[in-house]
Design a protein around this ligand. Structure first.
Ligand code: SF4
Length: 92
């Protein structure tokens, strides 16, 4: 079974306007952010047309990988979603 097929069974409650992960503004992405393009299991990190890394937290499974890889260098800000929001695994 592909990872994408498994992720399909998760549900998310989006906390509109309060993303729990924020990418620090940059012109050229630091290595820690570029690594997240391949390390995030939910593929939340993408390159935009300007070559900057963006994150979309709607599919985040809160695995913490980017918290370990990118937060220590200050490339992102990472917090858990507020209670009741974020990924819901009970359907998976
Ligand atoms: Fe991706 Fe995990 Fe970071 Fe969420 S916590 S954005 S799933 S690497």
């Amino acid at each position: 079974v592909r990872v994408e097929d498994k992720l399909f069974y998760n549900r998310y409650l989006v906390d509109a306007g309060r993303a729990h992960i924020k990418v620090k503004p940059h012109t050229t992405p630091p290595a820690a952010l570029l690594n997240m393009l391949t390390l995030c299991p939910a593929r939340c990190y993408e390159l935009n047309e300007a070559g900057q890394v963006e994150v979309t937290v709607d599919g985040c499974v809160e695995c913490g990988t980017c918290r370990i890889v990118a937060e220590p260098s200050g490339a992102i800000e990472w917090t858990y979603p507020r209670g009741g929001y974020g990924v819901l695994f009970k359907f998976g």
